[in-house]
Design a protein around this ligand. Structure first.
Ligand SMILES: *Cc1c(COP(=O)(O)O)cnc(C)c1O
Length: 415
Protein backbone atom coordinates (compact mmCIF):
# COMPACT_ATOMS: atom_id res chain seq x y z
CA UNK A 1 0.00 0.00 0.00
CA UNK A 2 1.12 3.59 -0.70
CA UNK A 3 2.62 5.41 2.29
CA UNK A 4 -0.08 7.52 3.93
CA UNK A 5 0.14 11.29 4.41
CA UNK A 6 0.71 12.77 7.88
CA UNK A 7 -2.77 14.36 7.67
CA UNK A 8 -4.27 10.85 7.59
CA UNK A 9 -2.10 9.44 10.37
CA UNK A 10 -2.32 12.28 12.94
CA UNK A 11 -5.48 10.92 14.60
CA UNK A 12 -4.40 7.31 15.19
CA UNK A 13 -0.68 6.66 14.55
CA UNK A 14 1.28 5.05 17.39
CA UNK A 15 -1.68 4.39 19.67
CA UNK A 16 -3.48 1.05 20.16
CA UNK A 17 -7.00 1.34 21.70
CA UNK A 18 -6.55 -2.00 23.53
CA UNK A 19 -3.95 -0.27 25.74
CA UNK A 20 -6.72 1.81 27.32
CA UNK A 21 -10.10 0.02 27.52
CA UNK A 22 -10.55 0.59 23.76
CA UNK A 23 -10.73 4.36 24.16
CA UNK A 24 -10.56 5.78 20.63
CA UNK A 25 -8.41 8.67 21.85
CA UNK A 26 -5.24 8.20 23.83
CA UNK A 27 -5.91 9.19 27.46
CA UNK A 28 -3.47 11.21 29.60
CA UNK A 29 -1.08 8.80 31.34
CA UNK A 30 -0.73 10.99 34.42
CA UNK A 31 1.72 8.74 36.21
CA UNK A 32 5.30 9.10 37.35
CA UNK A 33 6.27 5.43 37.24
CA UNK A 34 5.29 2.13 35.59
CA UNK A 35 4.89 -1.38 37.05
CA UNK A 36 7.31 -3.99 35.63
CA UNK A 37 5.59 -7.31 34.79
CA UNK A 38 8.62 -9.21 36.19
CA UNK A 39 12.06 -8.45 37.61
CA UNK A 40 13.58 -9.87 34.41
CA UNK A 41 11.63 -7.43 32.22
CA UNK A 42 12.65 -4.52 34.50
CA UNK A 43 16.29 -5.54 33.96
CA UNK A 44 15.73 -5.68 30.19
CA UNK A 45 13.99 -2.25 30.10
CA UNK A 46 16.91 -0.59 31.90
CA UNK A 47 19.50 -2.30 29.70
CA UNK A 48 17.73 -0.91 26.63
CA UNK A 49 17.19 2.55 28.12
CA UNK A 50 20.90 2.92 28.95
CA UNK A 51 21.99 1.58 25.58
CA UNK A 52 23.73 -1.45 27.13
CA UNK A 53 22.05 -3.67 24.59
CA UNK A 54 20.33 -3.34 21.22
CA UNK A 55 16.57 -3.81 20.86
CA UNK A 56 15.54 -6.84 18.82
CA UNK A 57 13.43 -6.25 15.72
CA UNK A 58 9.90 -5.08 16.74
CA UNK A 59 10.93 -4.74 20.39
CA UNK A 60 9.57 -1.54 21.95
CA UNK A 61 11.44 0.05 24.86
CA UNK A 62 9.55 -0.80 28.05
CA UNK A 63 8.03 1.95 30.16
CA UNK A 64 10.09 2.74 33.26
CA UNK A 65 9.62 6.24 34.69
CA UNK A 66 8.06 9.37 33.13
CA UNK A 67 11.31 11.36 32.95
CA UNK A 68 12.67 8.64 30.62
CA UNK A 69 9.51 7.81 28.69
CA UNK A 70 5.73 8.07 28.88
CA UNK A 71 3.11 6.96 26.32
CA UNK A 72 1.93 10.55 25.73
CA UNK A 73 5.51 11.70 25.05
CA UNK A 74 6.30 8.74 22.78
CA UNK A 75 3.10 8.92 20.72
CA UNK A 76 3.53 12.66 20.24
CA UNK A 77 7.15 12.23 19.13
CA UNK A 78 6.22 9.49 16.66
CA UNK A 79 3.50 11.65 15.12
CA UNK A 80 5.61 14.80 15.04
CA UNK A 81 8.35 12.94 13.13
CA UNK A 82 5.92 12.11 10.31
CA UNK A 83 5.57 15.70 9.02
CA UNK A 84 9.19 15.97 7.96
CA UNK A 85 9.82 12.27 7.49
CA UNK A 86 12.30 12.68 10.36
CA UNK A 87 13.92 9.64 11.96
CA UNK A 88 13.05 10.81 15.47
CA UNK A 89 11.72 13.71 17.55
CA UNK A 90 12.09 14.98 21.11
CA UNK A 91 9.54 17.16 22.90
CA UNK A 92 10.41 19.62 25.68
CA UNK A 93 8.57 21.81 28.17
CA UNK A 94 9.44 24.97 26.15
CA UNK A 95 11.00 26.07 22.88
CA UNK A 96 13.90 27.55 24.82
CA UNK A 97 14.54 24.30 26.63
CA UNK A 98 14.61 22.46 23.26
CA UNK A 99 17.00 25.00 21.72
CA UNK A 100 19.30 25.28 24.75
CA UNK A 101 19.50 21.48 24.91
CA UNK A 102 20.72 21.44 21.29
CA UNK A 103 23.48 23.94 22.17
CA UNK A 104 24.45 22.06 25.34
CA UNK A 105 24.55 18.73 23.48
CA UNK A 106 26.79 19.81 20.61
CA UNK A 107 28.97 22.62 22.01
CA UNK A 108 31.80 22.40 24.57
CA UNK A 109 34.12 25.16 25.84
CA UNK A 110 36.55 26.08 23.03
CA UNK A 111 34.09 25.11 20.29
CA UNK A 112 32.79 27.64 17.78
CA UNK A 113 29.11 28.29 17.02
CA UNK A 114 28.13 29.81 13.67
CA UNK A 115 24.73 31.45 14.12
CA UNK A 116 22.46 33.66 12.01
CA UNK A 117 21.53 37.16 13.16
CA UNK A 118 18.89 38.11 14.16
CA UNK A 119 17.53 35.14 16.08
CA UNK A 120 14.76 34.83 18.67
CA UNK A 121 15.57 37.02 21.72
CA UNK A 122 15.76 34.10 24.15
CA UNK A 123 18.16 32.25 21.83
CA UNK A 124 20.29 35.39 21.46
CA UNK A 125 20.41 35.78 25.24
CA UNK A 126 21.36 32.15 25.89
CA UNK A 127 24.16 32.30 23.31
CA UNK A 128 25.61 35.60 24.52
CA UNK A 129 25.02 35.40 28.26
CA UNK A 130 25.59 31.73 28.86
CA UNK A 131 27.48 29.98 26.03
CA UNK A 132 30.07 32.74 25.75
CA UNK A 133 30.58 32.75 29.53
CA UNK A 134 31.60 29.07 29.43
CA UNK A 135 34.07 29.68 26.59
CA UNK A 136 32.07 28.89 23.45
CA UNK A 137 33.11 31.22 20.60
CA UNK A 138 30.27 32.78 18.64
CA UNK A 139 30.36 33.95 15.03
CA UNK A 140 27.47 35.57 13.16
CA UNK A 141 26.18 35.68 9.64
CA UNK A 142 23.10 37.44 8.24
CA UNK A 143 20.76 37.10 5.26
CA UNK A 144 23.18 39.46 3.48
CA UNK A 145 26.34 37.39 4.09
CA UNK A 146 27.93 35.77 1.03
CA UNK A 147 27.79 32.21 2.35
CA UNK A 148 29.96 30.78 -0.44
CA UNK A 149 32.87 33.09 0.39
CA UNK A 150 32.40 32.47 4.10
CA UNK A 151 32.60 28.72 3.45
CA UNK A 152 35.88 29.16 1.55
CA UNK A 153 37.30 31.33 4.33
CA UNK A 154 36.35 28.90 7.07
CA UNK A 155 37.73 25.92 5.17
CA UNK A 156 41.09 27.69 4.69
CA UNK A 157 41.26 28.98 8.30
CA UNK A 158 42.56 26.39 10.83
CA UNK A 159 40.09 27.84 13.36
CA UNK A 160 37.33 26.61 11.08
CA UNK A 161 38.03 23.23 12.69
CA UNK A 162 36.50 24.57 15.93
CA UNK A 163 33.07 24.97 14.34
CA UNK A 164 30.80 22.27 15.72
CA UNK A 165 27.37 23.72 15.06
CA UNK A 166 25.78 25.82 12.31
CA UNK A 167 22.50 27.30 13.52
CA UNK A 168 20.03 29.51 11.64
CA UNK A 169 16.55 30.91 12.02
CA UNK A 170 14.72 31.39 8.73
CA UNK A 171 12.65 33.41 8.01
CA UNK A 172 14.04 35.86 10.57
CA UNK A 173 11.82 37.67 13.01
CA UNK A 174 10.46 40.36 12.40
CA UNK A 175 11.83 41.24 8.93
CA UNK A 176 11.01 37.89 7.27
CA UNK A 177 14.51 37.83 5.70
CA UNK A 178 15.35 34.29 4.59
CA UNK A 179 18.66 32.43 4.90
CA UNK A 180 19.78 30.04 2.14
CA UNK A 181 19.63 26.55 3.70
CA UNK A 182 21.10 24.90 0.61
CA UNK A 183 24.31 26.94 1.01
CA UNK A 184 24.41 26.20 4.74
CA UNK A 185 24.14 22.47 4.01
CA UNK A 186 27.01 22.77 1.51
CA UNK A 187 29.03 24.71 4.09
CA UNK A 188 28.55 21.90 6.61
CA UNK A 189 29.82 19.26 4.18
CA UNK A 190 32.77 21.42 3.11
CA UNK A 191 33.81 22.01 6.74
CA UNK A 192 33.61 18.31 7.59
CA UNK A 193 35.77 17.51 4.57
CA UNK A 194 38.31 20.30 5.07
CA UNK A 195 38.86 19.81 8.79
CA UNK A 196 37.86 16.17 9.34
CA UNK A 197 35.59 17.21 12.20
CA UNK A 198 32.00 16.62 13.23
CA UNK A 199 29.71 19.52 12.36
CA UNK A 200 25.96 19.63 13.01
CA UNK A 201 23.41 21.90 11.38
CA UNK A 202 20.19 22.99 13.10
CA UNK A 203 17.43 25.28 11.83
CA UNK A 204 14.85 27.06 13.99
CA UNK A 205 11.84 26.10 11.87
CA UNK A 206 9.16 27.67 14.10
CA UNK A 207 7.94 30.12 11.43
CA UNK A 208 7.31 27.75 8.49
CA UNK A 209 7.65 24.21 9.78
CA UNK A 210 6.87 21.45 9.74
CA UNK A 211 4.38 21.92 6.87
CA UNK A 212 6.02 24.39 4.48
CA UNK A 213 9.74 24.08 5.11
CA UNK A 214 11.80 20.92 5.65
CA UNK A 215 15.40 21.73 6.68
CA UNK A 216 16.52 18.08 6.56
CA UNK A 217 16.03 18.22 2.76
CA UNK A 218 18.89 20.77 2.68
CA UNK A 219 21.32 18.87 4.87
CA UNK A 220 20.20 19.97 8.35
CA UNK A 221 20.50 17.39 11.12
CA UNK A 222 17.75 18.97 13.20
CA UNK A 223 14.69 21.22 13.03
CA UNK A 224 14.04 23.17 16.23
CA UNK A 225 10.59 24.36 17.26
CA UNK A 226 8.85 26.51 19.74
CA UNK A 227 5.84 24.17 19.87
CA UNK A 228 4.10 27.00 21.73
CA UNK A 229 3.45 28.56 18.31
CA UNK A 230 1.94 26.80 15.23
CA UNK A 231 2.32 23.25 16.60
CA UNK A 232 0.09 24.09 19.57
CA UNK A 233 -1.87 26.73 17.69
CA UNK A 234 -4.24 27.58 20.53
CA UNK A 235 -2.16 29.87 22.80
CA UNK A 236 -2.80 27.54 25.73
CA UNK A 237 0.56 25.90 26.37
CA UNK A 238 4.35 26.34 26.31
CA UNK A 239 6.41 23.57 24.68
CA UNK A 240 9.32 22.88 22.35
CA UNK A 241 10.46 20.18 19.96
CA UNK A 242 13.43 18.92 17.97
CA UNK A 243 13.02 16.65 14.95
CA UNK A 244 15.91 15.14 13.01
CA UNK A 245 18.18 12.21 12.35
CA UNK A 246 18.64 9.26 14.73
CA UNK A 247 22.20 10.07 15.69
CA UNK A 248 21.49 13.69 16.69
CA UNK A 249 18.28 12.81 18.50
CA UNK A 250 19.98 10.03 20.47
CA UNK A 251 22.50 12.56 21.81
CA UNK A 252 19.76 15.09 22.57
CA UNK A 253 17.47 12.61 24.30
CA UNK A 254 20.36 11.27 26.41
CA UNK A 255 21.03 14.76 27.74
CA UNK A 256 17.29 15.46 28.14
CA UNK A 257 16.95 12.44 30.43
CA UNK A 258 19.40 14.05 32.85
CA UNK A 259 18.36 17.67 32.44
CA UNK A 260 14.82 16.43 33.02
CA UNK A 261 13.29 18.99 30.64
CA UNK A 262 10.95 16.67 28.74
CA UNK A 263 7.31 17.76 28.32
CA UNK A 264 4.71 16.56 30.85
CA UNK A 265 1.97 14.03 29.93
CA UNK A 266 -0.60 16.83 30.01
CA UNK A 267 1.37 19.12 27.66
CA UNK A 268 1.99 16.17 25.31
CA UNK A 269 -1.70 15.30 25.28
CA UNK A 270 -2.66 18.87 24.33
CA UNK A 271 -0.05 18.93 21.56
CA UNK A 272 -1.19 15.56 20.22
CA UNK A 273 -4.68 17.00 19.93
CA UNK A 274 -3.32 20.13 18.20
CA UNK A 275 -1.38 18.09 15.62
CA UNK A 276 -4.64 16.58 14.34
CA UNK A 277 -5.64 19.98 12.88
CA UNK A 278 -2.13 21.32 12.15
CA UNK A 279 -2.36 21.19 8.37
CA UNK A 280 -5.81 22.77 8.03
CA UNK A 281 -4.98 25.45 10.59
CA UNK A 282 -1.65 26.43 9.04
CA UNK A 283 -2.98 26.45 5.49
CA UNK A 284 -5.97 28.58 6.46
CA UNK A 285 -3.66 30.97 8.32
CA UNK A 286 -1.42 31.26 5.24
CA UNK A 287 -4.40 31.91 2.95
CA UNK A 288 -5.66 34.60 5.33
CA UNK A 289 -2.19 36.14 5.48
CA UNK A 290 -2.06 36.51 1.69
CA UNK A 291 -5.39 38.36 1.74
CA UNK A 292 -4.14 40.66 4.52
CA UNK A 293 -0.85 41.30 2.68
CA UNK A 294 -2.76 42.42 -0.44
CA UNK A 295 -4.85 44.80 1.66
CA UNK A 296 -1.77 46.26 3.37
CA UNK A 297 0.14 46.69 0.08
CA UNK A 298 -2.70 48.83 -1.25
CA UNK A 299 -3.19 50.96 1.88
CA UNK A 300 -1.87 54.51 1.48
CA UNK A 301 -0.64 54.74 5.10
CA UNK A 302 1.46 51.57 4.84
CA UNK A 303 4.96 52.35 3.58
CA UNK A 304 6.36 48.81 3.39
CA UNK A 305 5.21 45.21 3.87
CA UNK A 306 7.73 42.54 4.96
CA UNK A 307 6.59 39.12 3.79
CA UNK A 308 8.55 36.25 2.16
CA UNK A 309 8.31 36.23 -1.63
CA UNK A 310 7.30 39.88 -2.09
CA UNK A 311 9.27 41.85 -4.69
CA UNK A 312 10.11 44.42 -2.00
CA UNK A 313 12.21 41.73 -0.22
CA UNK A 314 14.59 41.73 -3.24
CA UNK A 315 15.15 39.24 -6.11
CA UNK A 316 17.71 37.11 -4.31
CA UNK A 317 15.43 36.79 -1.27
CA UNK A 318 12.50 35.82 -3.48
CA UNK A 319 14.43 33.07 -5.26
CA UNK A 320 15.78 31.56 -2.00
CA UNK A 321 12.28 31.64 -0.52
CA UNK A 322 10.77 29.91 -3.58
CA UNK A 323 13.38 27.17 -3.55
CA UNK A 324 13.20 26.23 0.12
CA UNK A 325 9.60 26.88 1.24
CA UNK A 326 6.20 25.99 -0.17
CA UNK A 327 4.37 28.88 1.51
CA UNK A 328 5.18 32.34 2.85
CA UNK A 329 3.47 31.52 6.15
CA UNK A 330 1.28 33.65 8.35
CA UNK A 331 3.67 36.23 9.83
CA UNK A 332 3.50 39.74 8.36
CA UNK A 333 5.39 42.87 9.36
CA UNK A 334 4.58 46.31 7.99
CA UNK A 335 5.60 49.95 8.47
CA UNK A 336 3.03 52.68 8.96
CA UNK A 337 3.52 56.36 8.11
CA UNK A 338 4.26 58.43 11.19
CA UNK A 339 6.52 56.29 13.41
CA UNK A 340 5.80 55.10 16.91
CA UNK A 341 2.80 57.36 17.44
CA UNK A 342 0.98 55.95 14.41
CA UNK A 343 1.97 52.37 15.18
CA UNK A 344 0.66 52.69 18.74
CA UNK A 345 -2.55 54.30 17.45
CA UNK A 346 -3.17 51.23 15.26
CA UNK A 347 -2.24 48.74 18.00
CA UNK A 348 -4.54 50.46 20.50
CA UNK A 349 -7.46 50.58 18.07
CA UNK A 350 -7.31 46.97 16.88
CA UNK A 351 -10.20 45.07 18.37
CA UNK A 352 -10.57 41.58 16.84
CA UNK A 353 -6.77 41.33 16.53
CA UNK A 354 -5.33 41.22 20.06
CA UNK A 355 -2.28 43.16 21.23
CA UNK A 356 0.08 40.40 22.42
CA UNK A 357 3.43 38.77 21.63
CA UNK A 358 3.71 35.12 20.56
CA UNK A 359 2.57 33.82 17.18
CA UNK A 360 1.18 30.96 15.12
CA UNK A 361 -2.04 30.59 17.07
CA UNK A 362 -5.57 30.35 15.68
CA UNK A 363 -6.34 33.92 16.87
CA UNK A 364 -4.62 36.87 15.21
CA UNK A 365 -2.14 38.89 17.27
CA UNK A 366 -0.32 42.20 16.75
CA UNK A 367 2.70 43.69 18.51
CA UNK A 368 5.40 46.36 18.19
CA UNK A 369 8.79 44.64 17.65
CA UNK A 370 10.89 47.78 18.33
CA UNK A 371 9.59 48.26 21.89
CA UNK A 372 8.34 44.73 22.63
CA UNK A 373 9.91 41.50 21.27
CA UNK A 374 13.10 43.27 20.19
CA UNK A 375 13.32 45.84 23.03
CA UNK A 376 16.56 44.21 24.18
CA UNK A 377 18.34 44.54 20.81
CA UNK A 378 20.82 47.48 20.57
CA UNK A 379 19.40 50.39 18.52
CA UNK A 380 22.32 50.20 16.04
CA UNK A 381 21.46 46.59 15.28
CA UNK A 382 17.78 47.40 14.85
CA UNK A 383 18.72 50.20 12.48
CA UNK A 384 20.86 47.91 10.33
CA UNK A 385 17.91 45.51 10.00
CA UNK A 386 15.57 48.41 9.10
CA UNK A 387 13.61 47.56 12.24
CA UNK A 388 12.13 50.97 13.09
CA UNK A 389 9.47 52.19 15.50
CA UNK A 390 7.04 52.36 12.54
CA UNK A 391 6.82 48.57 12.37
CA UNK A 392 3.91 46.38 13.44
CA UNK A 393 4.13 42.59 13.39
CA UNK A 394 1.02 40.52 12.77
CA UNK A 395 0.48 36.83 13.37
CA UNK A 396 -2.55 35.84 11.32
CA UNK A 397 -5.09 33.34 12.66
CA UNK A 398 -8.01 31.39 11.21
CA UNK A 399 -10.69 34.11 11.44
CA UNK A 400 -12.74 35.24 8.45
CA UNK A 401 -10.22 37.23 6.34
CA UNK A 402 -12.69 40.04 5.59
CA UNK A 403 -13.20 40.58 9.32
CA UNK A 404 -9.44 40.85 9.80
CA UNK A 405 -9.20 43.44 7.04
CA UNK A 406 -12.14 45.39 8.45
CA UNK A 407 -10.39 45.48 11.84
CA UNK A 408 -7.11 46.71 10.31
CA UNK A 409 -8.92 49.29 8.18
CA UNK A 410 -10.79 50.82 11.14
CA UNK A 411 -7.59 50.79 13.25
CA UNK A 412 -5.78 52.88 10.63
CA UNK A 413 -8.56 55.45 10.42
CA UNK A 414 -7.68 58.80 12.00
CA UNK A 415 -3.93 58.40 11.44
C1 LIG B 1 8.82 31.66 20.69
C2 LIG B 1 10.05 31.27 19.96
C3 LIG B 1 11.09 30.58 20.61
C4 LIG B 1 11.06 30.25 22.09
O1 LIG B 1 10.05 29.32 22.39
P1 LIG B 1 9.31 29.23 23.82
O2 LIG B 1 8.29 28.16 23.59
O3 LIG B 1 8.73 30.56 24.13
O4 LIG B 1 10.34 28.83 24.83
C5 LIG B 1 12.19 30.22 19.84
N1 LIG B 1 12.29 30.54 18.53
C6 LIG B 1 11.31 31.20 17.89
C7 LIG B 1 11.46 31.52 16.44
C8 LIG B 1 10.16 31.60 18.57
O5 LIG B 1 9.21 32.29 17.93
Amino acid sequence: MKKMKPESLMMTHGYVPEWSENAVKCPIYQTSTFVFPTAESGKRFFALAYGKTEATKDEKPGLIYSRLNNPNLQILEERLSLWEDAQDAAVFESGMSAISTVFLTFLKPGDRLLISNPVYGGTHHFVHSYLQSIGVHVEHFTAETDLKSLTEELCADPRGAEIKLIYAETPANPTNAVIDMKLLGEMKIALIKAHKTEVKMAIDNTYLGPIWQKPMDWGADMSCYSATKFLSGHSDLIAGAITGNKESLLAIKSLRTFLGNMASPNTCWLLTRSLETLSIRMNRQADNALTVVKFLQNHNLVTRVYFPGLDSQGDKQVSIHRRQSTSAGAMISFDVKGGEESAFHVLNKLSLIKLAVSLGSNESLAQHPFHMTHADMPDEEKKSLKLTDSMIRLSIGIEDPEDLIQDLRQAMEGL
